[in-house]
Write a protein that binds this ligand. Structure first.
Ligand SMILES: [Zn+2]
Length: 432
């Protein structure tokens, strides 16, 4: 496989650009339905990438001849297939030890997330296992997961800490994320989520204090020293009886003041007013929002904060879905994430898009925008990733199907329609 970032893809029926310029960082409202798609009856479309960036899109006959002769140019014959941007997973918890398959039975029998947690399971189970695990074991597991994600078309991933809750394990998790970011082909935007839950033996106020006065300053010091380059975001599980508004605000503001982007869990299980808080403090993104209020929707639309919706969690926990249609109508920028974690074990963004269409009543173009350009925007990459335009990073998925909608339509069989995954102009996965 080539690693020069020089790649020519030919014989395409469709190129799903999403937008056709580098300036548009997101789409909202009605614009989410009108994506830019190039189509050729004679399947003569081509994409050229040089040094990892998109250089040319259009009919092959218009290709600049000098670049076709590049000695290091890799080629793909798409045989009349289509191409979409690499998928961007806006929310995941991919670093943990131990699975929670045993709890799935409890949940099927009707136990809620909070009831499982009260019975000694849930996040505290994962926290115990993750504290016991070595960093090498966490890295090895995350690498396998990242490889599966790439196979499913994810080229950029938001990845959280949050199963340590104390300093040593939170740092171990962020270092594990950094190792995978350095070694693996997947691109990672790491998030410090030391306020994922209140650790046993502590209180909400005590945990908020230790995060603000110790953990955030130490992490930012490591980042400045070049040791945690992937660390970009600060997160809190803002929820009734977990981190309520006051302590959430304190932690998020401390993270923001230290240079991290605010991107947090809000209004999942109760309408606490997390959406309003995020809008007020200039959050870049908020996730979940199953219980968002009308005021919260208006505040997010006005502030331009991205709503990262998580269809697999709402599906598996049988939560009322977030009001995605009302949010789109109000002009809120909608993104999608897998929320991959031991409680909701789904890493496939094509499946996430399918669930968004069926359960959140989004159209296929809306789901694709949310899983590409808008989730790139939720990670500060809306001008460089998430669309196929000249100058953007060449993150691409070549599909065997002539029409791109098959990536959503074929539930749980999307892998068979993914022919090749390209990260920064290099082939990182090829269906055999
Ligand atoms: Zn989450």
């Amino acid at each position: 496989m080539s690693s020069t970032g020089n790649l020519l893809i030919t014989n395409l029926h469709q190129i799903v650009q999403i937008v056709d310029d580098g300036d548009t960082a997101f789409l909202a409202g009605k614009d989410m339905s009108s994506i830019k798609v190039l189509e050729s009856k004679s399947n003569d479309l081509a994409i050229l990438s040089t040094d990892g960036l998109i250089k040319f899109i259009g009919p092959k006959s218009n290709l600049p001849t000098d670049v076709i002769e590049l000695p290091t140019l890799a080629t793909i014959d798409a045989c009349g297939g289509s191409v979409i941007p690499g998928l961007v997973d806006g929310h995941s918890h991919p670093v943990f030890a131990g699975d929670r398959v045993h709890e799935f039975a409890m949940k099927l029998a009707g136990a809620t997330y909070m009831e499982v947690q009260a019975a000694g399971g849930g996040i505290h189970f994962t926290t115990t296992k993750t504290r016991e695990a070595t960093k090498a074991a966490l890295v090895a597991d995350f690498k396998k997961i990242a490889t599966e994600m790439i196979k499913n078309g994810t080229t950029t991933l938001e990845a959280k800490s949050g199963y340590g809750l104390e300093w040593e394990t939170e740092l171990k998790m962020l270092e594990a994320i950094q190792e995978v970011a350095d070694l693996h082909t997947i691109e990672v935007s790491a998030t410090f989520c030391g306020a994922h839950a209140v650790p046993r033996g502590s209180t909400e106020a005590k945990q908020a204090e230790v995060i603000v006065s110790h953990m955030i300053p130490e992490l930012v010091k490591l980042k400045s020293a070049g040791k945690l380059n992937s660390l970009e975001n600060i997160d809190v599980f803002c929820e009734k009886n977990v981190f309520e508004l006051e302590s959430s605000k304190k932690i998020l503001k401390a993270g923001k003041d230290a240079g991290l982007a605010v991107n947090f869990h809000a209004d999942e299980l109760s309408a606490l007013g997390g959406a309003e808080l995020g809008a007020e403090i200039g959050a870049r993104a908020m996730s979940h929002l199953e219980e968002i209020s009308e005021k919260g929707i208006a505040a997010m639309a006005k502030a331009g904060t991205v709503a990262t919706l998580l269809p697999s969690t709402a599906f598996m926990l049988r939560l009322t879905p977030p009001p995605a249609r009302a949010m789109i109508d109000a002009g809120v920028i909608i993104a999608l994430g897998s929320d991959f974690n031991p409680n909701a074990y789904c890493l496939s963004m094509p499946t996430i898009m399918h669930l968004a269409c069926v359960n959140f009543r989004m159209s296929m173009p809306e789901a694709l925008v949310a899983a590409t350009l808008n989730s790139a925007h939720s990670l500060g990459r809306g001008n460089t990733h998430g669309a196929i335009t000249v100058g953007r990073v060449a993150d691409l998925i070549v599909l065997t199907a002539a029409n791109w909608e098959h990536i959503i339509y074929r539930l749980a069989a999307q892998c068979s329609v993914i022919n090749t995954v390209v990260k920064a102009g290099n082939v990182v996965y090829q269906h055999s």
